[in-house]
Design a protein around this ligand. Sequence first.
Ligand code: FES
Ligand code: FES
Length: 174
Amino acid sequence: MDSKTIHFRLNGRPVALQVQPHENLVEALRRGFQLYSVRESCGQGLCGCCTVNVDGVAVSGCLYLASRVDGCDVQTVEGLGTLDELSPVQQAFVECEAFQCGFCTPGMVMMVTQLLEEHPHPTNDEIKHYLSGNLCRCATYPEIIDAVHAAAKKWANRKEGAALAAAGSSTPAP
Ligand code: FES
Ligand code: FES
């Protein structure tokens, strides 16, 4: 089969890439866009290192054919925040020192981001359930759980701040 050109949104901007039929999303994002946060470790859907978000759903990039993201919205950890303003999850991971070597961290951050989208105030059981497919060989699990709770607080504060700003901006001038 021949390669084909796909078009999709990557971290908020439209992009195009020629992909091979067998190429997975990890390979395509690293080759085409130098997004080295997207990492393949087990290559079998078991470790979560390769987690990226496709149309709002966390997927294992090692098992996801790149050609399938044609027309989709793809987000990697590079698209969550900036160096000057990290996302709540990224900031919480730093503050709680929720990593050692950091190899698993992008995948963890992507999965925690989805968790907080769906459960803004997660219980420990919900955290463990969502992160059951993300392995940390350095075993920083206690710090990761602390980071999720810290991120939930930051997430709520940021939403409250945004709501207040929106309410203020819609208030008619006296
Ligand atoms: S590399 Fe994809 S789940 Fe392990
Ligand atoms: S911090 Fe090293 S694998 Fe998780």
